[in-house]
Design a binder for this molecule. Structure first.
Ligand code: FAD
Length: 392
């Protein structure tokens, strides 16, 4: 049986970062993954360009039962650190919007960089390998895998969450947690499109494919980003963001003209050209199909000059405070991440080790730390992987 200082399960973002750092510290490292290639989620991330970090990274951009847990790791390894690595490899990048950094070329460059970092650090990568059994051994752990038995002093679980089973997500980390008595918080799909019941779907059917910038609200949270009507409900960045906060039975509030004082806007439009139809006026501010739907739903006919105060008030509600109750989400099939996971109370915030099981670590998406859309989830993967790599 071969022995390693560190065995890492999962060659994703967090696992590869951890392997490179542990290897640089002179540890013998083995990374196991059941997939045929490393970093499959990195490859499809950011529309193929990998939104690898966000310059606005701060603890309030993450959801967790313990919002303070991520502070230490994000401080020790921040966006600038990852950017320095990207630049060392000569990977061209750009800031798109809202502090989101993307590769100019392809997400594959980030994977190649991490694989190169692992190689330089002497970490071994074993693909197409599943782990069947983990046992506590005298000085660490013994693992039964497709490729025989291995033992290690430190075991790092970096197998991600449950999102997108088609990409190899298994929820394996939670099983390992259960085996070692590590608590798990409730898990649910996050950064995911929301779906409507059939009646409402019928109503919005003509809007499928329409997108606009909107403010989406749930409780005290709101996001100003693009929103998209789909044939199942709503999607787009603003909806994905709010989905992490939304719960079954809750309504979300949609403001389609968030920067506008509606009464003043209609007054100005009317003064400029009172003979314009309400539909045509609205179509200057919104996609025409949506404007059409709004005049239909509010039973508004005629020209701007004919609008009564009551009608304007009704339009204002439809435009700026559409309260809608999604029935569900598209689930793990399309969710970008899993909310919840390994309870952070069980982990050291400094190095991600399990307080009650010496040598066992959980990093990345498996942990109950979930970022907003926009590069925050990779930043968490890098930071938690880096911290575990410094300690394992
Ligand atoms: P993963 O990257 O999921 O890696 C886990 C690894 O473990 C995988 O290689 C998997 O094959 C392996 N594994 C799983 N189970 C087992 C098992 N039982 N045995 C062996 N190996 C196993 N985040 C951003 O910050 N920016 C983006 O642009 C972005 N875009 C995204 C786009 C999509 C479509 C999706 C789905 C997600 C996106 N994310 C993005 C989220 C980001 O991909 C994850 O937060 C991140 O990959 C988590 O890293 P991880 O290493 O914890 O897990």
């Amino acid at each position: 049986m071969r022995h390693f200082d560190v065995v890492i399960i999962g060659a994703g973002a967090a696992g590869m970062m951890c392997a490179a750092i542990a290897g640089q510290r002179g540890r013998s490292v083995l990374v196991l993954d059941h997939a045929e290639a490393p970093g499959k989620k990195i490859r499809i991330s950011g529309g193929g360009r990998c939104n690898f970090t966000n310059v606005h990274t701060a603890p309030n951009r993450f959801l967790s039962q313990n919002p303070r847990f991520a502070i230490s790791a994000l401080k020790r390894y921040g966006p600038r650190d990852f950017l320095a690595l990207v630049e060392r490899y000569g990977i061209a990048w750009h800031e798109k919007t809202l502090g989101q950094l993307f590769c100019d070329g392809s997400a594959q460059q980030v994977i190649d960089m991490l694989v190169a970092e692992m190689r330089v650090a002497g970490a071994e990568l074993l693909l197409n390998t599943s782990v069947h059994k983990i046992e506590r051994a005298d000085d660490g752990f013994a693992l039964e895998t497709d490729n025989g038995r291995v033992s290690c002093t430190s075991l790092v679980v970096a197998s991600g969450g449950k999102s997108i089973p088609k990409m190899g997500a298994t929820g394996f980390a939670y099983k390992v947690a259960e085996q070692f008595g590590v608590p798990i918080t409730e898990t649910r799909p996050a950064l995911v499109p929301l779906t409507f019941e059939t009646g409402l779907l019928e109503t919005i059917k003509p809007l499928s494919g329409v997108s606009l910038d909107a403010r989406i609200r749930h409780g005290k949270m709101h996001f100003d980003e693009a929103m998209l009507f789909t044939h199942r409900g709503l999607s787009g960045p603003a909806i994905l963001q709010i989905s992490s906060y939304w719960r079954e039975g809750d309504a979300i509030g949609i403001n389609m003209m968030p920067e506008t004082d509606i009464a003043q806007w209609f007054a100005e439009q009317r003064a400029a050209n009172g003979r314009t139809s309400v539909l045509n006026a609205l179509a200057t501010a919104l996609p025409r199909r949506l404007a059409q739907k709004i005049v239909e739903e509010t039973a508004t006919t005629g020209n701007l000059a004919d609008l009564s105060k009551k009608q304007i008030a009704r339009l204002a509600v439809a435009l700026q405070d559409w309260q809608v109750k999604p029935v569900g989400s598209e689930g793990y099939r399309t969710a970008e991440v899993t909310l919840g996971g390994i309870d952070t109370d069980a982990l050291s915030a400094k190095d991600m080790s399990v307080k009650t099981v010496p040598g066992l670590y959980f990093i990345g998406e498996a942990v109950d730390v979930t970022g907003w859309l926009g590069g925050y989830n990779f930043q968490w993967a890098w930071a938690s992987g880096w911290c575990a790599g410094q300690s394992a």
